[in-house]
Design a protein around this ligand. Structure first.
Ligand code: PLP
Length: 441
């Protein structure tokens, strides 16, 4: 007999492109930390719409602010000024690192990164863009070209024809699997020495910008060693290149600071934010830069989108930021994130298949290996564990890439997560690894 559930899944397959290989679960409702499926089963949400849903689900205050904005004014061509966009720009520039005082608002992380790259090229009058293997910057042409995951978009020769030229990728600060075989305690940042040499070896030496996530999210929660971002800043300054921080995931409190770059006191020339900017309730993103750079970009037209500076997004973002600050959610991210890291490390001592635990604030990940000695990536376990955790009522994110030789379960729950939620999450992970271990050997 075909149940309603099976019909919807079959119709989804028939009518929607299956680009994310969706799981066969239909979520119908959500509240706080939980997603609820069509059978009434509750799932603890440690994925938060890929990091976007910062206030948790069904936040009444945010919903009220969005709905009253809808009744006031929604559609305005972006060439007109609204109070909402002024308010958000003022808030964002107050919160951003010192000197970043001009804003462009967009719809997604991809289009914001696209604009940041255009800005660098235009402001610098050309030059290469340097980015990192394992970094992720989006799905539009420029942001995909900067992406260093060597995913199908870059591997497929026909799609690759769409990608612009002039991008150079380099080694990430992935200390667990260092490209140079170094021990992070004695590496002297070999990866950045290599990067500097790469630039010197290039006859033109002309670099428009270096773009990086301060903490790589989709690449497997890669946290740079201390001193790394300061050194990257120095390299940018040496070659007169702009430094772009893609804080689409790490921004808005995710790592236990409003912006992750604050942890290392490094200020970029351009900072990009998205996802959690609006609490994930409506699409939205922003590029924040200096007055000098922003003023140059003033002269360009046709670089926005129909929904750039969209009043609804501005209101959602302003309200979201107000709640985050009022309720101390950045601090909560830092404290509860540290607790999550500690609890994951306990699991690491228990299981030989957890090779590494990494993260900052409520952006944490654990890397799955066959065993700690060989560090061989355990793809089979990754797939099984992700499904087992779902079965037991925990939503996580699986980052599994054969060509990059790593599989990481990423945990980035809403910023309202409590230690009790963490305990429940750890309980499910523990029971799920236990369940998978009996099948995996
Ligand atoms: N930058 C980073 C670091 C991301 O993780 C993502 C998406 O996951 C993007 C940019 C692209 O954002 P969007 O999916 O909103 O286009």
């Amino acid at each position: 007999m075909i149940t309603l559930n099976n019909t919807v899944i079959a119709e989804d397959k028939a009518y929607n492109m299956q680009v994310y290989s969706p799981e066969e679960i239909i979520f119908k409702q959500a509240d706080g930390m939980y997603l609820i499926d069509d059978q009434g089963k509750k799932y603890l949400d440690f994925s938060a719409q890929f990091s976007a849903c910062s206030l948790g689900h069904n936040n009444k205050e945010l919903i009220d602010a969005i709905s009253s904005q809808m009744k006031k004014i929604v559609s305005v061509t972006s060439m007109f000024v609204t109070q909402e966009r002024v308010q958000l720009a003022k808030t964002l520039t107050d919160l951003a690192p010192y000197g970043l005082t001009k804003v462009l608002m967009g719809c997604t992380g991809s289009d914001a990164n696209e604009f940041a790259l255009k800005t660098a090229k235009y402001y610098k009058g050309g030059g290469k863009i340097i980015s990192f293997w394992r970094g992720f910057h989006g799905s539009t042409a420029g942001s995909a070209a900067a992406t260093g995951k060597s995913e199908t978009i870059q591997e497929n020769p026909h799609i690759a024809e769409l990608l612009p030229r002039g991008f150079l990728h380099t080694s990430p600060p992935y200390c667990y699997r260092c490209d140079f075989g170094k021990n992070p305690h004695h590496c002297e940042l070999q990866c950045l020495k290599y990067l500097e040499q790469q630039i010197l070896n290039d006859s033109s030496n002309n670099v428009a910008a270096i773009i990086t996530e301060p903490v790589f999210a989709a690449g497997g929660v890669i946290v740079p060693p201390n001193g790394y971002l300061k050194e990257l800043r120095r390299i940018c300054d040496r070659f007169n290149a702009l430094l772009i921080f893609d804080e689409v995931v790490t921004g808005i409190g995710r790592t236990g600071a409003m912006f992750a770059c604050e942890h290392w006191e490094v200020i970029p020339d351009i900072l990009v934010t998205g996802k959690a900017l609006t609490g994930g309730y409506v699409p939205g993103s922003a590029v924040i830069t200096t007055k000098e750079i922003g003023d140059v970009m003033d002269k360009l037209t046709l670089h926005g989108h129909t929904h750039s500076f969209y009043p609804l997004m501005c209101t959602a973002a302003s309200k979201n930021l107000e709640i985050i600050q009022r309720d101390g959610l950045v601090e909560n991210s830092r404290i509860v994130g540290a607790y999550l890291n500690k609890r994951l490390k306990e699991l690491q001592t228990k299981y030989d298949v957890i090779g590494d635990v990494r993260g900052m604030g409520l952006l944490q990940g654990f890397e799955l290996v066959k065993n700690k000695k060989t560090k061989q990536a355990n793809f089979e376990l990754g797939d099984m564990l992700f499904k087992e955790m779902l079965k037991k009522g925990l939503v996580t994110e699986l980052e599994s890439r054969k060509n990059l030789n790593n599989v990481v379960i990423v945990l980035h729950p809403p910023l309202i997560t409590s230690k009790k939620d963490v305990d429940r999450c750890i309980q499910i992970i523990d029971a799920s690894i236990e369940a998978c271990s009996t099948n995996i050997h």
